[in-house]
Design a protein around this ligand. Structure first.
Ligand code: CP
Length: 331
């Protein structure tokens, strides 16, 4: 007879909550977005203090894995994790064993051996973050996968609009340029529509995906359509993602002449955003980029507190709009 084994409850390993990831804006409800933006506001207040570091994620490990170049996203995730007192490892493809032919799966399994709590990944291949989520035990954050998704960019853009205009609901955003190759555009359209904004896409028909109106936005090939927008969101011409030999526009000079965002095409007070990096003189006139109505530096600042909020939310299931003092007490 098999002896009965009784396991006392206290002998069981502590139940780990199911892992949550941030892979796509599609995974979020409006409540999720509002909770994340409220948490980011709390961290924004904490960042005004002389001593900016919080003990919130002490003992946690965040791995930043960047297989594509980045300035804003990689630096803000690293600083966000450090501001929350997590241990941080930042790995870029160049100089890692990826150079020797190691696959994404093997790189992820190798890093998983350190038992990281969060892996932040940017990769040129659509679905790379899902693969990392499948083979590791970490919460995974998509920091940009090909032309698919860049959810934290969309959240920081919403945060910037809310801080500047006091609301997102009912705001009219014109997104101008290369929508076809833009993960930022796809994520922003989903997030803005989810939160009740109106979105108009403006650009050459060759750079606007057919049928994109199904996402709840309007489309125009006429740059004049930016006139009644509250926010003009300028996209970079992503030459590195364009098919070789494909003629999306006759020339960059022609693109600039027809769709470049210049002071002459804007109303006073219209806000201008750009995810960066900018091609000054191509999609955006330098006078626009440097004008007081440009929110481009505010977007970068928002990136830090929004990414702090994302790390905090994934690791603590934090309460809505947690006050800074309460956040500091969460070990
Ligand atoms: N907006 C953005 O993703 O910028 P980086 O490529 O510099 O991270």
């Amino acid at each position: 007879m098999t002896p009965e084994i009784t396991i006392m409850r206290e002998e069981l390993p502590p139940m780990r909550p199911p892992r949550r990831h941030l892979l796509s804006i599609e995974d979020l409800t409006r409540d999720d977005v509002e909770r994340l933006l409220a948490t980011a506001r709390s961290f924004d207040q904490a960042s005004q203090r002389e001593l900016k570091k919080l003990p919130t994620l002490r003992g946690r490990t965040v791995v930043n894995l960047f297989f594509e170049s980045s300035t804003r996203t990689s630096s803000s995730f690293e600083l966000a994790a450090k501001r929350l007192s997590a241990d941080v490892m930042s790995i870029k493809a160049a100089g890692s064993s990826v150079d020797k032919g190691e696959s994404l799966k093997d790189t992820a399994l190798t890093l998983n051996a350190y038992d990281p709590d969060v892996i932040v990944i940017r990769h040129a291949a659509i679905g790379a973050p899902q693969l990392v989520a499948a083979v590791t035990g970490a919460h995974v954050v998509n920091a940009g996968d090909g032309k698919h998704q860049h959810p934290t960019q969309a959240l920081l853009d919403l945060y910037t609009i809310q801080q500047e205009l006091g609301r997102i609901e009912g705001v009219h955003v014109a997104i101008v340029g290369d929508v076809l190759h833009s993960r930022v555009a796809r994520s922003d359209i989903q997030a803005l529509v989810l939160c009740g904004a109106r979105v108009t896409l403006v650009g050459p028909p060759t750079l606007i995906p057919r049928g994109i109106e199904a996402m709840g936005c309007e489309v125009s090939a006429d740059i004049g359509a930016i006139a009644d927008a509250d926010v003009v969101y300028v996209l970079r011409m992503q030459r590195e993602r364009m098919l070789e030999g494909a003629n999306y526009v006759p020339s960059l000079r022609e693109y600039t002449a027809r769709w470049g965002v210049t002071p002459e095409r804007l109303r006073p007070g219209q806000k201008v955003m750009h995810p960066g990096p900018m091609n000054r003189g191509v999609e955006i006139d330098p006078r626009v980029a440097d004008s007081p109505d440009a929110l481009i530096e505010a977007q970068v600042r928002a990136g830090l507190v929004v990414r702090m909020a994302v790390l905090y939310d994934l690791l603590t299931h934090g309460p809505v709009g947690v006050p800074v003092e309460a956040a500091m007490e969460v070990a």
